[in-house]
Design a protein around this ligand. Sequence first.
Ligand code: FAD
Length: 223
Amino acid sequence: MTHTLTLQKIEPVTHNVNHLVFNRPDGYDFVPGQATDFALDKDGWRDEQRPFTFTNLPDSDTLEFTIKSYPSHNGVTEQIAKLTAGDTVLIEDAWGAIEDKGPGTFIAGGAGITPFIAILRAREKREGTLEGCQLIFSNATEKDIILRGEWEKMPGLKTVFTVTEEDAPGLPKRKIDADFLEETVADWDGVFYVCGPDKMVEDIEQILKDKGVPEDRIVVEAA
Ligand SMILES: Cc1cc2nc3c(=O)[nH]c(=O)nc-3n(C[C@H](O)[C@H](O)[C@H](O)COP(=O)(O)OP(=O)(O)OC[C@H]3O[C@@H](n4cnc5c(N)ncnc54)[C@H](O)[C@@H]3O)c2cc1C
């Protein structure tokens, strides 16, 4: 079913990521980690649906997204950065592959952090701690790291940040490969959540399988 949402607020999170807050239609439900098909409510754009993940908690009276814009695609995300309060967008019902299956290692690349935003916030709210959880978050450059301060402050959450395209003080310049995971994963017995570009997700899933992590402890989604 299609729902029309009205933008209440848009604010920057990083140089190319915005936080968008919309009204929540009565009865609209989602669980942390789920996404929806999202389109601009403008002539020429209504059929251009793109998936985005809810990043607020399911008990709030808004629907919120954290969206990275790619102006070079000349697509929907370029337009999203130009939305202003009062603009409307169209979304479908919630769907998605990533949900909280227990404490573990969350491995994200770029906007692949988005399903983990609601999952980690909900876990903090429910349990009071992220004990047993680790976030390994890879980005091109330091300024691309979404919500770094929030992850560093979350009680009990171990964090590892890495960049791939610049030298940044205090951050390893490394891709997440088998050696890097061997050095950084704190607990191989928990659940592994992986979300990021297709190739990254594919490669990391294979590394985890090669390490003997059973499929039922690997939760993946390409972003
Ligand atoms: C389940 C799921 C949940 C997601 N959740 C989020 C989220 O919460 N937040 C978020 O920021 N992102 C999220 N994403 C990613 C997001 O959907 C894409 O970034 C978005 O669809 C890009 O839309 P676009 O129209 O701007 O560009 P695209 O649809 O990628 O591209 C439009 C056109 O640009 C061209 N193009 C494509 N790639 C390139 C390139 N690299 N260089 C130049 N031109 C190119 C192609 O011709 C393409 O047809 C999610 C993805 C999935 C699968």
